[in-house]
Design a protein around this ligand. Structure first.
Ligand SMILES: NC(=O)c1ccc[n+]([C@@H]2O[C@H](COP(=O)([O-])OP(=O)(O)OC[C@H]3O[C@@H](n4cnc5c(N)ncnc54)[C@H](O)[C@@H]3O)[C@@H](O)[C@H]2O)c1
Length: 665
């Protein structure tokens, strides 16, 4: 049914005096544009209207823009993905969208995409169907195909169109990694045709492109050689090898299926378009994709731990302790744009800690000017002059109650009103640390994970006496440094270490009973953990593990762990622990184990973690089961494609089969 373009809700449509049609995407009631059912139906109405007006010679071209300030199109509307339960439903929903994109491509007048802000997934697929693409050079303008992160690949014919536009090399690499590409790089690759300096120039440039009937050039013949046999087969093989280094096909099938699609149909892009739909559908309804979509929703849930519309905006941070944690915490705050003073009793440590942040800044900032500005924002402050000016003060010094108590009683007299006082303690109780303070209600925990730059989660700990407003400020601060906050109760181990520890210790018990450590670690990886529990223990440091065991009431008496610690073999840092370490890697035996054995052991290994996760939920350490799962995924890397320990347990039978499938059989 054709809709009247005067009654659109998510788009604004007009034809100006020069005969240029303007379609402005501004999804009603949403802060960002996503291609849901209604916006797509309305876009079809626009396409039909422009086709008719072009035939009648009333329109010279169409420009597609965004009405949102910071985003163009963030992709398909993933909330609607949950409506699909069968492959046929997926296919039936894709066909009309792809037919519409073909009509855009065949439009007799030029169709120009004028882009400012993020344009990814379905958004990128839409602009690839247009004839010409202009974007702002702004840092917020990015294009990319993030679909693999949701267990799928492009489904609006973006696989074939991106290959046609930029060649198989750039197209496949971007679809396989899901990376976000800045405007300059996207133009160099061929995704974009023209760049302008600011959003204000976009309209004018788009108008000119329509009037001059500009058309984008597809990828050169040279680039397209890789679509020909035998080069295509060799390229596919190389892509498979590269991908296998990062993901296992049994856990993350989408990138491998994309390579198969390219290998079979990359020489005939029309055939690739229809094969894309057929290969896409099973991925979309798979448990892997469902769970990865769940992980995406969990990130939103974690961001929601910070209050909305909160007036308090931190910009100055003071960190005390420039050791393993403190220096990296300071670096991450600087990378997020804050000004940081860093204090330590050891000047050597202070210098070393600051120097170490150079790597992070080089990764985070492209230009030397930005890197220098970051370095200038990180200030060595041995005397603590920054304390009085800071919005947030984070303590990351030695883990001793008396030392921390003295520090906080002293800090309390120096800080400005409203500043947040936080400890990064991993084992001390907040109410003990704050006991000598005049105002114990202001102390919160900000528990970071190591390595700080890589770990996305920070536990915001509410002590028995902590005031709610301080917790809110803590969560706001965590989102301001681009991490996910998780509000937890002040129990030993908070959420993440409390749930992780029984898993690690039961793995060590198995080892004591004779199970080879290589088998244990391989089984955990086969289950989907980033690293096995024994290797993890060696990485964390066996002295730290023994300490954690103590505070969580786990006895390590008479254990191999205790013997190793007593003999100074503390893991990776001393060159030997459970494993001998060479060049930063554990030396492992060559023994191999059957998939059946590993799968079975993997399921058994996570049982203690699941049991503790349930207990933690019952004790109200965090507010919901979803938050338990989110904490374990983002705090430990618990197999994301399984959706978190509690979700995993609820969705499988004891043999590991999906529960819904087993019930249907
Ligand atoms: N290492 C981890 O993985 C980890 C993870 C989460 C939390 N934590 C917690 O973070 C805190 C720091 O741990 P770390 O591993 O970075 O320790 P660390 O030993 O590497 O660093 C501590 C630093 O604090 C300095 N220091 C000691 N007393 C001080 C004082 N009074 N004033 C100023 N500086 C002082 C030391 O010189 C040292 O540089 C501890 O509370 C620990 O429990 C550690």
């Amino acid at each position: 049914m054709t809709q009247d373009t005067a009654q659109l809700k998510d788009w604004r449509f007009s034809i100006d005096g020069e005969g240029i049609a303007w379609a402005i995407f501004d999804r009603e009631g949403e802060s960002a544009n996503s291609l849901g059912r209604r916006p797509i139906e309305e876009l079809l109405a626009i396409v039909e209207r422009v086709e008719a007006e072009a035939r009648a010679k009333n329109v010279r071209g169409l420009v597609i823009m965004s009405g949102k300030e910071r985003t163009y199109i963030v992709g398909a509307d993933i909330r609607e993905f949950e409506d699909f339960t069968t492959e046929q439903q997926v296919i039936d929903s894709l066909k009309p969208v792809n037919a519409m994109l073909d009509r855009i491509e065949r439009m007799p007048v030029p169709v120009v995409a004028a882009i400012h802000g993020v344009c990814v997934g379905g958004g990128l697929e839409l602009i690839l169907a247009c004839h010409y693409r202009i974007a702002t050079r702004d840092d917020s303008t990015r294009v990319g195909f993030p679909e693999v992160k949701l267990g799928i690949f492009p489904g609006f014919n973006g696989t074939a169109r991106s290959i046609k536009q930029v060649g198989p090399m750039a197209a496949m690499q971007n679809m396989l990694t899901g990376s976000m590409i800045r405007a300059n790089a996207a133009k160099a690759m061929g995704f974009l045709d023209q760049l302008v300096g600011s959003p204000g120039e976009l309209k004018w440039a788009a108008r000119k492109a329509v009037l001059q009937n500009r058309r984008s050039q597809p990828a050169s013949k040279l680039k397209m050689l890789l679509t020909q046999w035998p080069a295509r087969g060799l390229f596919a093989k190389k892509l498979r090898q590269e991908t296998a280094k990062k993901a296992r096909e049994d856990h993350y099938p989408a990138p491998f299926k994309l390579i198969d699609l390219f290998e079979s149909h990359g020489g005939n892009l029309n055939a690739m378009k229809s094969a894309e739909t057929t290969a896409f559908a099973p991925l979309m309804v798979s448990d892997t994709s469902r769970n990865l979509r769940r992980v995406f929703r969990l990130t939103e849930l974690l961001k929601g731990q910070a209050p909305k519309g909160f007036k308090w905006k931190p910009s100055r941070v003071h960190v005390i302790g420039a050791g393993t944690m403190g220096a990296d915490i300071a670096g991450v705050c600087v990378a997020a744009g804050m000004e940081v003073t860093l204090q330590d009793i050891s000047t050597d440590q202070l210098e070393k800690g600051i120097r170490a942040q150079g790597k992070l800044f080089a990764r985070k900032f492209k230009t030397k000017a930005q890197q220098d500005a970051a370095k200038a924002r990180l200030i060595a402050d041995p005397e603590g002059r920054g304390i009085a000016r800071a919005d947030v003060i984070i303590e990351a010094i030695v883990e001793r109650l008396d030392v921390k108590q003295k520090l906080f009683s002293d800090l309390e007299t120096k800080i400005k009103p409203g500043a947040v006082l936080a400890t990064n303690t991993s084992s001390l109780k907040l109410s003990d640390i704050s006991q000598p303070m005049r105002d114990p209600g202001r102390l919160i925990g900000l528990h970071f994970f190591s390595p700080v730059a890589q770990m996305p989660l920070v536990e915001v700990v509410r002590g028995d006496n902590t005031r709610e407003d301080e917790v809110k400020k803590g969560a706001s601060f965590v989102t301001a440094i681009d991490k996910f906050p998780l509000i937890t109760k002040d129990v030993p181990g908070f959420l993440v270490n409390k749930v992780l520890t029984p898993y690690m210790f039961s793995a060590m018990e198995r080892l004591e009973k004779g199970e080879p450590q290589e088998k244990i670690d391989e089984a955990a990886r086969a289950f989907g953990m980033p690293m096995g529990p024994i290797e993890l223990a060696d990485n964390v440091g066996l002295d730290v593990c023994a300490h954690v065991a103590k505070i969580l009431g786990q006895s390590s008496e008479g254990s191999k762990l205790e013997r190793l610690v007593a003999s100074g073999r503390l893991g990776k840092k001393t060159g030997e622990g459970f494993y001998v370490w060479k060049d930063g890697k554990p030396v492992k035996s060559e023994a191999t184990y059957s998939k059946f054995e590993l799968d079975k052991l993997g399921r058994e290994l996570v049982e203690p973690m699941i049991a503790e996760a349930r207990k933690t939920l019952d004790e109200g350490v965090v507010a919901s089961a979803d938050l338990v799962d989110a904490g374990m995924i983002f705090g430990t890397g618990f197999a994301p494609f399984r959706g978190g320990p509690l979700h995993y347990k609820a969705s499988v039978t004891p043999t590991g089969d999906p529960a819904h499938r087993a019930a249907a059989e």
